[in-house]
Design a protein around this ligand. Structure first.
Ligand SMILES: [Mn+2]
Length: 484
């Protein structure tokens, strides 16, 4: 690592990473339990650590969890693991982890805001690495996978090939900033990837399946961005392309976006942006269809892993549909039978997401407007594992008026109510902190402590009968945040 390029806070972060790496390398015999978060960032992080330990001949096991709730912590404690690495979560529970695992050796590599300041993050058998602890805002600069990558590189510089997974994780956590570009530590990973020729980056149309799928299918299945009238509607997608004079086929073969001529590309992009703006999408959001693309040079053409954004969606699908181990295996290099199972899961997931978005569009009228937020309980119409994604897409694409955060609920299999809230950077600048609001609302009505997250995206789980008081409390807290 070129330390010359780092600012003071980053230097502090890297010395914490080095402390954690030394702790790991002190002992190459005792097995390590890796516990990681279920989303694309968490799976990338877990995959990076698993590869790192495999290459260092350190025995390990991986567990993937949706959340680090008390029961989960208990079940991990029952295993009496001598060494644990938590990735992409742990900081929110560090006090409990410190107490529960005081006889184990613990490394936490997390970027979620810690519950409180860890006064001694780096001691003997405890390495708590989190950018917040050194004053770095980790919503845009580095994710769980990025921390895992820099840790891996500290263990062995040969692990630099894992930078691409760091980027996949950062994309999964939507860490791209202005003009959809990465900055600081995330950008350092991009440069690492470019330097080692594992990555190719270019600015162009950013739609899923750009190199491999027929163009009308790309439009029909586009959920990010959601294209009004076109997402979920094959006829309209075909009609749109005909209207702007783009042939769907070349001989017998369906054309892809990569096949478009330069002139066609310009026509396609501006017509699509116009269509989206007319459909209510904000100009800034609509322009997001053009921006940096990250191509993984070592992946086969046509593979969903070739584009970092698609890789991230692939991992997200594995996690959300209950097959996280497929995601970890693929991150560790599997491209055989397991990977093929993952492709099926990923296709199924994309279909579900577009169905859910269409449900949301059809039910815009059922959304309740409060002083501080919008609220929709989708009950069982949207899977509880997908509401966060749906709320993000709805906010990002202005399906919902972005002047207030959107809170969505869905009923889980265990009859509890899962809540997901999403805001915008503008709302955060005005004082919104959804993670804090979720925690406060839970505490206010004694609804347990299953909740929290980031300022712009957060969630909670409550008993069904507490819906009304919870929503009221949440609305009051958010209203206050936005007026202060
Ligand atoms: Mn993350």
């Amino acid at each position: 690592m070129n330390l010359m390029k780092l600012d003071e806070k980053e230097v502090k972060l890297f010395s914490a990473i080095r402390f954690a790496a030394e702790q790991l390398l002190n002992d190459k015999e005792t097995p390590v339990l890796i516990v990681t978060h279920l989303d694309a960032d968490g799976l990338s992080a877990g995959g990076i650590i698993a590869s790192t330990l495999a290459r260092a001949n350190i025995p390990f096991q991986v567990q993937v969890k949706r959340q680090l709730e008390d029961e989960i912590i208990e079940s991990i404690a029952d295993l009496q693991p001598p060494r644990i690495i938590f990735t992409d979560f742990g900081s929110g529970q560090f006090v409990r982890l410190k107490e529960k695992f005081k006889d184990s050796s613990v490394i936490i590599l997390d970027h979620h805001p810690p519950i409180e300041n860890d006064e001694s993050p780096l001691v003997d058998n405890w390495a708590h690495v989190n950018p917040h602890l050194v004053g770095i805002d980790s919503s845009h600069e580095i994710s769980g996978a990025g921390l895992a990558f820099f840790f891996a590189q500290e263990i062995d510089p040969k692990n630099n090939d894992l930078a691409v997974l760091g980027i996949v994780g950062a994309i999964g956590d939507r860490q791209e900033g202005e003009e959809n570009k990465f900055s600081n530590l995330n950008q350092m990973m991009v440069e690492e990837g470019l330097k080692s020729n594992l990555l190719n980056s270019f600015t162009g149309i950013r739609l899923f399946g750009r190199e491999t799928r027929p163009i009308h299918r790309i439009l029909q299945y586009s959920t990010e961005p959601f294209i009004p009238d076109i997402t979920g509607n094959e006829d309209n997608a075909v009609r749109f392309l005909k209207e702007i004079g783009i042939p769907l086929k070349e001989g017998d073969r369906w054309r892809t976006i990569a096949d478009l001529t330069k002139q066609e590309r310009t026509i396609f992009t501006s017509a699509l942006v116009k269509k989206m703006i007319l459909g209510g999408v904000s100009p800034n959001e609509a322009k997001k269809i053009v921006g940096p693309n990250y191509i993984l040079n070592n992946e086969e053409l046509g593979s969903p892993l070739r584009d970092a954004r698609e890789f991230s969606t692939f991992l997200n699908a594995c996690g959300r549909l209950g097959k996280p181990s497929i995601g970890i295996a693929v991150c560790m290099g599997d491209r055989g039978y397991v990977f093929k199972q993952g492709i099926e899961i990923s296709n199924q997931y994309r279909g579900e997401i577009s169905d859910f978005l269409i449900f949301l569009e059809d039910n815009i009228e059922s959304i309740t407007e409060f002083d501080g937020m919008f609220y929709l309980n989708a009950k069982t119409e949207i899977k509880d594992t997908a509401i966060g994604t749906i709320a993000s897409i709805a906010m990002g694409n202005r399906i919902i008026d972005p002047s207030k955060p959107l809170i969505m609920a869905a009923l889980s299999d265990d009859s509890s109510l899962k809540m997901s809230g999403r805001g915008t950077n503008e709302l955060v600048a005005r004082g919104l902190d959804l993670g804090q609001a979720m925690r406060e609302a839970l505490a206010k009505i004694n609804a347990g402590d299953e909740g929290g997250g980031h300022n712009v995206a957060a969630g909670a789980r409550i008993a069904q009968e507490l819906e009304e008081p919870f929503i009221q409390a949440l609305n009051e807290i958010i209203s206050l945040q936005l007026t202060e």
